[in-house]
Design a binder for this molecule. Structure first.
Ligand SMILES: [Zn+2]
Ligand SMILES: [Zn+2]
Ligand SMILES: [Zn+2]
Length: 296
């Protein structure tokens, strides 16, 4: 129906599950990258998700360089046979993989105006210094450690501060709530201890229970600390999956669904037949795949 937004159930679609560099990563000939060149379903776009309110608002979480493909996947999941043009963009922080697609909104590409931008003052400041805000209309943002970024009839979006190499901006996780489900989107943070301490918790399960989430997409950049041969892993701090599994143990009946994402190309979880993949599945957890849609 032209002119009136189509009413459908609110939804959350995962549009990217890789770390900022995506998979395959430029110039890399590791087995995971080579496999992703030959088998397209093994490729991972940098993290992003699409939230549709069911009332014509489409909130993109993160602007990755795979934006053209991701908007098409989102449209496909909305049964539109065309890409979604986001009405809103929400950004967790300014590391390159999360903002690389911002230029696509400008006059060289989509040429959109007044896309509502939901981000902290520090993120806005970083982008404004680079002249990257022209296509956007920033929404007011209350820079508290837990704050609402967007509300509508059925869907709310909250921002939760998390510690993460905050050299250029602060970093948030995003909580997306609808009538049926509540989803935590946590692509990057430095370690569980600091994140939990900031929110006055000492274990992941209690924090997740208090957030009342049904699903969590969480930082699974590295499997363990041996992964980056020849590089100092303290330069790129993330909780490892082994550490997360140690803290969580096996899935319990009242746990949320936990989906691991933001995978680095080196992570053995990229290989569907790895022992590591079997381990996490036996424990009741998953590796996220792009295109998954959850009714909100
Ligand atoms: Zn990242
Ligand atoms: Zn690689
Ligand atoms: Zn980051």
């Amino acid at each position: 129906m032209e002119g009136s937004p189509q009413i459908r159930s609110p939804s959350f679609t995962i549009l990217g599950t890789g770390q900022d560099g995506g998979i395959p990563q430029a110039g890399c000939s590791c087995p995971n990258c080579i496999a992703a060149h030959s088998e397209k379903q093994l490729a991972r776009y940098p993290v992003a998700a699409g939230v549709s309110t069911g009332h014509g608002e489409h909130i993109l979480l993160e602007a990755s360089r795979a934006l053209p493909h991701q908007l098409m996947i989102w449209g496909d999941k909305q049964e539109l046979e065309c890409p979604i043009i986001p009405t809103h963009l929400a950004l967790t922080h300014v590391h390159l993989g999360h903002i690389e697609g911002i230029g696509q909104f400008g006059k060289e590409a989509m040429g959109v105006k007044n896309v509502k931008l939901i981000a902290s003052d520090k993120v806005l400041y970083f982008l404004s210094k680079r002249g990257a805000l022209t296509p956007f209309k920033p929404l007011p943002f209350d820079n508290k450690i837990h704050t609402t970024g967007f509300t509508s009839e059925l869907v709310d979006i909250e921002f939760i501060r998390v510690p993460h190499r905050d050299e250029n901006s602060d970093t948030h996780a995003i909580l997306v709530s609808g009538p049926k489900n509540r989803i935590l989107f946590l692509p990057d943070h430095d370690d569980w201890k600091d994140t939990l301490a900031l929110h006055n918790f000492d274990n992941i399960r209690d924090w997740f229970r208090t957030l009342e989430i049904s699903h969590a997409f969480i930082d699974a950049t590295f499997w363990d600390t041996n992964e980056l041969q020849g590089r100092n892993m303290s330069d790129v701090p993330h909780p490892t999956v082994t550490e997360t599994l140690e803290m969580l143990g096996e899935r319990k009946d009242d746990d949320p669904e936990i989906h691991l994402f933001h995978l680095n190309h080196t992570n053995p979880l990229n290989n569907p037949s790895s022992n590591q993949r079997a381990t996490i599945e036996q424990m009741g957890w998953n590796v996220a795949e792009r295109g998954w849609t959850i009714e909100l």
